[in-house]
Design a binder for this molecule. Structure first.
Ligand SMILES: [Zn+2]
Length: 296
């Protein structure tokens, strides 16, 4: 082989190597670029996904908050003109209805038993609570509230000489009991706008003070309600039979019945009789209501 042909051969080999190297490098670049592109795409897509999931979560949280706020508002009684009229006409109704009401609570054991029975029977009742007792058992008031019962005020002390010393004193006791109720249920906007005079509204030694107090209360957006039927669990009756006999005597032909009962600590007999009291009304076609139904 002469020198020229050796050189040519060498050049050919060199060119081939350079070409191969170039092709290889190109391939490598394409491969690397492809990988980079894929990675960027994945990162981009996953960021988008994460953002979308975050958005959906936020919307769900907002919807939950709106729902919770609606449920909270639903449990805040509002005193409208219709509500006022409904309270004034509480003993009138075209269809049979009954309001089970419990005064003088809460008490630790009796109120808890009553709540258990109401839950079993799926009945909503109304509790006219004493502020001084609410401070002792706030958890029971919270349970009453959470389980859909209506919590109204029966004043703070239940000591007639204090409570009925003046109309202002009645309003003061209402407000004091309201503070206790609000703290117990953790709801500072709650106001039942409803009071029950200890001993009842009409008559007695303090009749005049009560009459003036009723006007003062109404000026402050507070209505009052008594009862038109009772078990006499605070005056003589002790057994379920006696409670039912007393009910029969007082329910008479009423279509709209407000029953007075008590859930003070000494009223275990009331809790014991409650399933039969509920059955009494159910058997006679009464629908159970509480004061939420009246304020609507
Ligand atoms: Zn009472």
């Amino acid at each position: 082989m002469d020198l020229i042909s050796i050189k040519r051969k060498y050049r050919n080999i060199r060119n081939t190597i350079i070409s191969l190297a170039l092709i290889f490098s190109l391939l490598l670049i394409i491969l690397v670029l492809n990988e980079v592109y894929k990675k960027t795409l994945i990162v981009k897509t996953s960021t988008q996904y994460a953002r979308q999931i975050e958005n959906i979560k936020q919307i769900a949280i907002q919807q939950e908050q709106i729902k919770a706020e609606e449920a909270r508002k639903e449990k805040l009684p509002e005193l409208t003109e219709t509500g006022k009229q409904n309270i004034k006409n509480i003993y009138k109704s075209e269809t049979k209805r009954v309001f089970l009401t419990f005064d003088d609570g809460p008490s630790k054991n009796v109120t808890a038993s009553i709540l258990d029975i109401l839950k079993q029977e799926n009945v909503k009742a109304s509790f006219f609570v004493l502020g001084s007792r609410v401070e002792l058992y706030p958890d029971i008031i919270k349970r009453e509230y959470d389980e859909g019962h209506f919590i109204a005020s029966h004043g703070y002390s239940h000591i007639y000489s204090q409570l009925y010393s003046s109309p202002q004193s009645v309003l003061d006791e209402y407000n004091k009991s309201l503070v206790a109720i609000r703290n117990a249920i953790g709801e500072q906007e709650y106001n039942p706008h409803l009071f029950r005079f200890p001993g009842g509204y009409s008559g007695g030694k303090y009749a005049l003070v009560k009459q003036e107090a009723a006007t003062l209360l109404e000026q402050n957006g507070i209505m009052h309600v008594d009862w038109n039927a009772l078990t006499s669990d605070a005056a003589g009756s002790k057994t379920t039979e006696q409670f039912l006999a007393e009910l029969d005597k007082t329910v008479k032909q009423h279509t709209s019945v407000v029953v007075l009962m008590h859930d003070a600590g000494t009223k275990q007999a009331t809790a014991d009789a409650l399933p039969q009291i509920i059955a009494y009304f159910r058997d006679r076609g009464f629908e159970f209501k509480n004061f939420y139904d009246v304020f609507k």
